[in-house]
Design a protein around this ligand. Structure first.
Ligand code: GUN
Length: 314
């Protein structure tokens, strides 16, 4: 069997088209939603993500600002910037790209962002809203995963869902969203005993452990839906040979581009054993950015007491 590809780029474009209509309506009443993206230091992956987030906002007619600070920025300096952004009326969403440099406590920073402008959904108030099933701003990647499942007509209600990974950014919030959508949810992690056995009970398997191709065929129930959240960069021929059964094409890619992107799921096994799967790249990644824009539009509405669109919670 060959799994159906869940095309994240196509779903992202659908969502962007819907958002474009909503932004046009908001502009007609004098509101242009605005996003401030804050980047501290020179992490190349973070630079790439933030550039892509800002570019996508601009392409939709949102107002956006990229604020870049040096790696030696202190916690009080960053708190001062966030305080200013919290007060600026034209800024509806504030995103502080993670990870932050070691001298800064990310929990303190995320707690300082106004919950009303917290488009990442990382503030404890929004975490609490999510857990208790109240409307709020929901983390982007988990919200995007639900969009992929719903728009691809993958049944969630009653399904066995296994989430591999317990991060605050993906694992915990996606488990909560799946639960609210009536799945039976198991969260597992690096200390779970017999990971393949637990994973292979899943109708919906979400891989978010951050380990290249950790999930192999024996983790996947035949016909399961596999959502691969991993973004791991392979840089050597040895790594590529270790991950791929047939390394011919990936090795060509490595020679041409200098690296190969691979998810947390072994791509050939996923294609062969799943019923449907998100490829890497082109699966979950595009949705994260689409949901950031959706959250910015929602934050703009919420702050002005305007009616909100449907969220990813039932
Ligand atoms: N770093 C990795 N993923 C994310 C995300 O979704 N938001 C932010 N702010 N930083 C990240």
């Amino acid at each position: 069997m060959t799994g159906r590809i869940l095309d994240g780029n196509k779903i992202r474009d659908e969502i962007k088209a819907e958002l474009a209509d909503q932004i046009r309506d908001l502009k007609s009443v004098g509101v242009t939603p605005g996003l401030a993206a804050v980047l501290v230091g020179e992490n190349p992956a973070s630079q790439l993500y933030v550039r892509s987030k800002v570019k996508n906002c601009e392409s939709l007619g949102l107002y956006s600002e990229k604020i870049e600070l040096t790696a030696d920025t202190t916690q009080p300096q960053l708190l001062e910037l966030i305080d200013k952004l919290n007060r600026r009326d034209e800024i509806d969403g504030i995103l502080v790209q993670l990870p932050l440099p070691p001298q800064i406590d990310s929990k303190v920073i995320l707690g300082a962002v106004s919950p009303a402008k917290d488009v990442d959904g990382f503030h404890p108030v929004n975490v609490g809203q999510l857990v208790s099933g109240r409307p709020g701003l929901v983390p982007c990647t988990p919200a995007g995963i639900i969009e992929i499942l719903v728009r691809s007509q993958i049944p969630i209600k009653g399904a066995r869902a296994v989430v591999m990974g317990r991060s605050d950014i993906v694992g915990k919030p996606v488990a909560m969203l799946l639960l609210h959508n009536h799945a039976t949810v198991t969260i597992c992690h690096s200390r779970t005993r017999d990971l393949p056995l637990v994973a292979s009970e899943a109708d919906i398997l979400v891989a978010a452990m951050g380990k290249a191709a950790l999930v192999t065929g024996d983790f996947i129930k035949p016909g399961a839906t596999v959502i691969d959240v991993g973004q791991n960069v392979l840089k050597t021929e040895e790594e590529v040979r270790r991950v791929f059964h047939d390394p011919t094409l990936p090795l060509q890619h490595l020679a041409a581009k200098g690296s190969v992107l691979v998810g947390d799921v072994q791509p050939e096994d996923m294609k062969e054993k799943s019923g449907a799967y998100t490829p890497v790249p082109g699966g979950v990644g595009p949705l994260t950015i689409a949901m950031l824009m959706a959250n910015t539009v929602q934050a703009a509405r919420l702050r002005r007491g305007l009616r909100t669109a449907a969220a990813s919670q039932p």
